[in-house]
Design a protein around this ligand. Sequence first.
Ligand SMILES: Nc1ncnc2c1ncn2[C@@H]1O[C@H](COP(=O)(O)OP(=O)(O)O)[C@@H](O)[C@H]1O
Ligand SMILES: [Mg+2]
Length: 1008
Amino acid sequence: MTLLEGSIGVEDLVLLEPLEQESLIKNLQLRYENREIYTYIGNVLVSVNPYQQLPIYGPEFIARYWDHTFYELKPHVYALANVAYQSLRDQDQDQCILITGESGAGKTEASKLVMTYVAAVCGEGERVNSVKEQLLQSNPVLEAFGNAKTIRNNNSSRFGKYMDIEFDFKGSPLGGVITNYLLEKSRVVKHFEGERNFHIFYQLLAGADPQLLKALKLERDTDGYAYLNPGASRVDGMDDTANFKTLQSAMTVIGFSKEEIRQVLEVVALVLKLGNVELADEFQANGIPASGIRDGRGIQEIGEMVGLNSVELERALCSRTVETAKEKVVTALNVVQAQYARDALAKNVYSRLFNWLVNRINESIEVGTGEKRKVMGVLDIYGFEILEGIPWVKVDYFDNGIICNLIEHNQQGILAMLDEECLRPGVVSDSTFLAKLNQVFSKHGHYESKVTQNAQHQYDHSMGLSCFRICHYAGKVTYNVNSFIDKNNDLLFRDLSQAMWKAQHPLLRSLFPEGDPKQASLKRPPTAGVQFKGSVAILMKNLYSKKPNYIRCIKPNEHQQRGEFSSELVAVQARYLGLLENVRVRRAGYAYRQTYESFLERYRLLSRSTWPRWDGGDREGVEKVLGELSVSSEELAFGKTKIFIRSPKTLFYLEDQRRLRIQQLATLIQKVYRGWRCRIHYQLMRKSQILISSWFRGNMQKKRYGKMKASALLIQAFVRGWKARKNYRKYFRSGAALTLSNFIYKSIARKFLLGLKNDLPSTNVLDRRWPAAPYKYFNTANHELQKLFYQWKCKKFRDQLSPKQVEVLREKLCASELFKGKKSSYPQSVPIPFHGDYIGLQGNPKLQKLKGREEGPVLVAETVMKVNRGNGKTSSRILLLTKGHVIISDTKNSQAKTVIALNGVVGVSVTSFKDGLFSLHLSEISSVGSKGDFLLVSEHVIELLTKMYQAVLDATQRQLPVTVTEEFSVRFKESSLAVKVIQGPGGGGNGKLSCKKKGSRCLEVTVQ
Ligand SMILES: Nc1ncnc2c1ncn2[C@@H]1O[C@H](COP(=O)(O)OP(=O)(O)O)[C@@H](O)[C@H]1O
Ligand SMILES: [Mg+2]
């Protein structure tokens, strides 16, 4: 969030318009009511005490403020601490944080917040952490001994504190130095109704365990102690018991030994017991009043505890030794004086103890010499209202010269007067001091008292007689001079310090070094005023050397009430703190001023020439930016190192522009960043995709290759195996089987064939025997062999035949062709050789003459029966067959009756029976005498017809048709006769014929 955006009221009073006291308070109120307790005046932080825990602290907020610059977030004490710490670390600038405000306004809280912030951000490490821890733990210790409940603040710091934290060049804490101012020691012996003594007394009584209480000879009940106001021992929201524990552990952390802690508590107990020492009136012999201890028990216990002679203590309390150069006079003290001495002792013991504590803490957190350090000082000093009556200079950064002079001037200042009065011989009292002031400052414009008022005839009932008033820059403060002198003197009678020094208790003894007689000097110790002035001077010098950071604390109400905002009360404080002036000074005509560098840093994004890079000077850069924004020149003034802007409006305008621009830039950055992110993402995805796919492809190819290789190997193996098997097949067992079987086949075949050869059947052609094949698979071969053998046998047989035999067989063959299977008498004819001549032709020349000489030998000569075609009666004839003719002659006269040329024979018919009947069919032309066809019966019909067939063939190259039939016709004269042959009841067994004429045209022949 920026300076102006969404803020409640204005976050920086510099921007307030109109700028008046009223609006300023209103603005603070508005913010306070909205729980915005912090407001800026430039770089000054105004803090209004919320009196409640707000959720704006803690590590998360620390981290947030650590990451942002001053104006970027809401006003916060962290922001101020951050600026201080960062410039300390980065710019090597010592810093101081000045926290001012009334008691209860929140100074101490603010200082603690600053310290926690710095501790949180200033690095880590074992050593660093222990230093941090010691620095932080100094708080509970100092608060236990230096804080008390007042009416306005339950935990009011009753001392001023300045703490230097020292850092090394890296910004890590090395240690620190604590300086304390003006402990309100009067509180030890006296305090207002409703207030309390320092916390430690209550914490000790409430928190100590019984043994410790016993050892310290204390009672738990606070009512038993005179220095503790009865009835106000409890504070709401404050747990003394727990705080005592915290105190003890804090002391341990810081480095207090057990022994030291015990001694400290003993001294505290001593103070409490001192309060209970009652003094009683006594009178000296000369009647002069003196004093004595009423009840010796208390003082006895003190003596025992710190190793002190109680008689001596009593003497120190009740008498006073005045020593001059020449003599030593002891005077008795009356009761009042003795009580004063007792209280003075208690106050002194306590305040010295407090100083000792601070020094002891410093010893622990002290930084070794030699290291270059940077320092951050935190000043937490309470307001004007207590101060033990001693006027207190407000540490202020604006010119308060007159007042400072009035108070501080070396000769003419109020403090100087007080010192002078204290040292002046003669009767000295508070009223003589006031009279002197009235005299010296009667004309001083900033000094007022009853006397000066009277002189000016003013009437002011608020002004007491023993009072004076200083008109401070921001308001009037009234001081009461009562006991000024006493307090300034703050003398402790030497008797007391000497008595203390004599104590055996090491701590107590060390608190009173001036008690050592050897060190005793007659010189008066410096007054409180002088001491304080000195320390303030040192402090001022210290602060001036550092860069100041201001926190102005405001108390919104007197009742420690949350949410309550008393405008009047705040107005008073605002006046004291000079807030309005502060704002005015800030503005000084210009609402806003800033070094060129930081202005440019904040607004350079408004111009294209200065954003994102600007190489020129800061001032030129600022001019460029403002020039481009066309801010009117009246609004601006260019200083040496700073730019001044007259009215808040312009600043608002700048801020608006800046906000817009930041939005644009944010969008731009977002855009670029998103683009970048997407691109990166895309590239990453792409890379991954490529990687994945390359792996995938690679893997796929690898697999494929592997498969291919495996397949190739497999194929190769098969081929090689196959080749090898081919080459080695012969050696295989399976091959052996084949070989063996072949061999066996062969041997069986050989055996079979040899067997056949040695045991062939006879060569007789008629012998068809042949051995059967011993195995089935020889069947075909055996059959072939049988055929071959048979053919060979036949051939052999044929080869040994004579030509004559061949001729005979040829005739037989012809007969077979003609009649086999056709005629029943054929089988009987086969074994009978063909004689041809059955009538003894050789011896019968007559018959021989029948044939022509040229005709060659007679082929057949036999006696045949001629069937008469007219009646069927038979008559014998001789038939001669020659090469060219068939001659039929009469048996008796051997005269040729008929000669038939063979070419005239056109066919022959025979029956299928056993008979010898046959018919010669003659051609019509050749038929001699035209007697027609012949019907003859021969006993050798097969032979006759066979030879006739051959003769016809030889003679005429014609095949004589031989018809085997049971019915045929025979030409007879001009007509023809049908011949029908039937078988007789005897089945034609002997071939005897009987012819019977059936009608004229039919002849029936029966074969008996
Ligand atoms: N920022 C704060 N948040 C909450 N409470 C606070 C804050 N500042 C102060 N207080 C309350 O106001 C009381 C007084 O504050 P303190 O710092 O002791 O005042 P101072 O030191 O100015 O006298 C504290 O005890 C605390 O209760
Ligand atoms: Mg305080």
